[in-house]
Design a protein around this ligand. Structure first.
Ligand code: UN1
Length: 497
C-alpha cells in the first residue's frame, strides 16, 4: 500500500492532504506524504469562543449521556483499529503491533471513561453543626487544551479527551507538528461517533494544526482553564508557569529517565526480556522507555553479556514488515542527538555497545540500539535522550542503588527486579522510588490505562488516564446545607444581632 493509500483508507481526502503549508514526512523513508492546512493564529479566538459555547451546552448534559458519546467513540475506534494503527505506523514509525496497541489503549480508555460517566462521585461529609449536611459536588471545569507529542500521537489525546468529555469539558487539540495526520484521522472517527450520538453541541472537540503560535494561543487563553501538555521538560517549563500565571490548571506529562534496579536475586531471563522491550520498544521513544539500568555488581557482567547478545539479533527496519521490532527514529535530528549523546558518554568514560546506523528503508533514520556501561551517573545519564540508549551502572548496596535511582531530575516510571520481599517493598515505600509509577518484576513502560499516569519532579506532576485522574478535569464544590431552623456558626462563633 502506498503512503497515500494508507491515509485514504483512514478516511482522509486528497483535498485534506494536499495544498497546505505544513509538510508531513514519514519517518519510514523520509518521504513527504502530505501537505496539510494549518490553523491561522488569527482564527484561534473563534476556535476558543466555539469551545466556550460548546461548554455552556455540554456541561448541562447528564454525565451518563456524555458517556454515551465516549462509548460510541470506543465502538468507532474498534471498527477503525487497523486503519488508524496503520497511520500511526506511517507517521510515527511504530511497528504494526505497537501502532495497533496504541489504538487499543484508546479503546480501553473509552471503556473506562464510559463507566466513569456514572461514577463522578463526591463525598458526603459529617457537619459539626446540628441539622446540617456537607457534601462535595464535581462540576465540569471548562474547555481543555490538549497538546500532544509525536510518540503517542493518538493515545494521549484519547486519555485526555475521553475523560474531559465525560467530565463535561470540550477539547481543543493541538497535536505535534510531526503527526497531524493521525490527529485528522482521529477526528474522522470522532465525527462518526458524533453523528451517531446526534445532539452534541458544535465545536465539542476541535483540532488545531500548527506551530508554537497556536499552542501559545491556548496556553495564554483564560477561557481555557485546563491545559494538558505532553512533551519535553523544556516545553513544560514554559507552558506550566504561563498557565499558572493566568490561574489556569496545567496537567503536565514531561520527560522521564526511567530506571530498573536489578538485584542479585532477580530472575535474569525475565529481566532480560523486560529490559529489551522497555529499552528498545518504540525505538526508545516512549516517555516511559527504560534508560538506566542499575545492576548489582555480582551479576553486572553476566547481565550485560546477555543483553549485548540479545541486542545483536534485534531486527531493525521497516516498521510495516513482519518481524521488525525496532522501527525508525522520528527524524535525522533525533539520530544526530543520539550520536552526540553517545559521544558525550564516551568522553565521560562510557563503553558503548551498538548504537551505530542500522539497515532500514532508505531515507529513514534507523539505528542499532545502544548499551552503554558507565562508571558513574554522569550528566549525560541524567539527561533524557529520546532514542534507544540504555546506560548501565553497577551497585554494591541497596541504599546505593536507591540513591542512584532517585538521583536524576525526572520522576516518571521505575522498577525493580528482585525476589527479595524486603527490597521490593522498600522500593515501593515512602523511602523508595520517587517516581509516579513504580513496578516490581515488570519493566517501566507499557502502563495500563486503569492507573493514573504521570510523574514527579521534572516530569511535571500531572496525572492522566485512570484511577481518579478525572478529578483534574473537574472543579470541586463543597456544599453545606442547613435543614434546621437555626443558624449556628462553625467553630462555635457567636455573632448575635
Ligand atoms: C508516552 O510515552 O508519552 O506506559 C506515553 C506506556 C504507554 C504510554 C506512554 N502506555 O508506555
Amino acid at each position: 500500500m502506498s503512503h497515500q493509500d494508507v491515509l485514504r483508507a483512514a478516511g482522509l481526502t486528497d483535498g485534506e492532504i494536499t495544498g497546505g503549508t505544513l509538510a508531513v514526512r514519514s519517518p519510514i523513508d523520509g518521504a513527504e506524504v502530505a501537505r496539510v492546512t494549518e490553523t491561522a493564529p488569527a482564527d484561534m479566538p473563534a476556535v476558543i469562543a466555539r469551545a466556550q459555547d460548546a461548554f455552556r451546552a455540554w456541561r448541562t448534559v447528564p454525565a451518563p449521556r456524555r458517556g454515551e458519546l465516549v462509548r460510541l467513540l470506543g465502538e468507532e475506534l474498534r471498527a477503525a483499529k487497523d486503519e488508524l494503527g496503520a497511520v500511526v505506523t506511517l507517521e510515527a514509525g511504530k511497528i504494526v503491533s505497537e501502532g495497533l496497541g496504541e489504538v487499543q489503549e484508546m479503546i480501553d480508555i473509552c471503556d473506562f471513561a464510559t463507566g466513569l460517566s456514572r461514577q463522578l462521585y463526591g463525598l458526603t461529609i459529617a457537619s459539626e453543626r446540628p441539622g446540617h449536611r456537607m457534601m462535595e459536588t464535581w462540576h465540569p471545569m471548562g474547555p481543555c487544551g490538549v497538546i500532544t507529542a509525536f510518540n503517542f500521537p493518538v493515545a494521549v489525546w484519547s486519555w485526555n479527551t475521553a475523560l474531559a468529555l465525560v467530565c463535561g469539558d470540550p477539547v481543543i487539540w493541538k497535536p505535534s507538528e510531526k503527526t497531524p495526520l493521525t490527529a485528522m484521522a482521529c477526528m474522522k472517527i470522532f465525527d462518526r461517533a458524533l453523528a451517531r450520538f446526534g445532539d452534541a453541541p458544535e465545536g465539542l472537540v476541535q483540532l488545531v494544526v500548527g506551530g508554537p503560535e497556536i499552542g501559545e494561543a491556548l496556553v495564554d487563553a483564560p477561557e481555557i482553564p485546563i491545559i494538558s501538555a505532553t512533551g519535553s521538560t523544556r516545553m513544560g517549563g514554559i507552558v506550566g508557569p504561563r498557565v499558572a500565571a493566568r490561574w489556569g490548571r496545567p496537567i503536565l506529562e514531561l520527560g522521564g529517565n526511567n530506571a530498573m534496579i536489578v538485584a542479585p536475586s532477580a530472575d535474569l531471563e525475565m529481566a532480560v526480556r523486560a529490559i529489551v522491550f522497555s529499552a528498545v520498544g518504540t525505538a526508545g521513544q516512549r516517555c516511559t522507555s527504560l534508560r538506566r539500568l542499575i545492576v548489582h555488581s555480582s551479576i553486572k557482567d553476566d547481565l550485560v553479556a546477555k543483553l549485548v547478545k540479545a541486542y545483536d539479533s534485534l531486527p531493525v527496519g521497516d516498521p510495516r514488515a513482519d518481524g521488525t521490532l525496532i522501527g525508525p527514529l522520528i527524524d535525522q535530528a533525533s539520530g544526530d542527538r543520539m550520536q552526540s549523546m553517545l559521544e558525550q558518554a564516551r568522553s565521560e568514560g562510557g563503553t558503548v555497545h551498538g548504537g551505530g546506523a542500522a539497515g532500514g528503508v532508505s531515507g529513514g533514520t534507523y539505528v542499532k540500539p545502544a548499551i552503554v556501561e558507565m562508571p558513574a551517573q554522569t550528566e549525560t545519564v541524567r539527561t533524557e535522550t529520546f532514542a534507544p540508549i540504555l546506560y548501565v551502572m553497577g551497585y554494591e548496596t541497596f541504599d546505593e542503588a536507591m540513591a542512584l535511582h532517585n538521583g536524576v531530575p525526572q520522576g516518571l516510571s521505575s522498577c525493580i527486579f528482585t525476589m527479595n520481599m524486603r527490597e521490593a517493598e522498600t522500593f515501593l515505600s515512602a523511602a523508595g522510588s520517587d517516581c509516579g509509577i513504580a513496578n516490581v518484576n515488570i519493566g517501566p513502560s507499557g502502563a495500563e490505562i486503569g492507573g493514573a499516569f504521570g510523574g514527579e519532579k521534572e516530569t511535571g506532576g500531572g496525572r492522566e488516564s485512570g484511577s481518579d485522574a478525572w478529578k483534574g478535569y473537574m472543579r470541586r464544590q463543597t456544599n453545606t446545607i442547613n435543614y434546621s431552623a437555626e443558624l449556628p456558626l462553625a467553630q462555635g462563633v457567636k455573632f448575635d444581632i
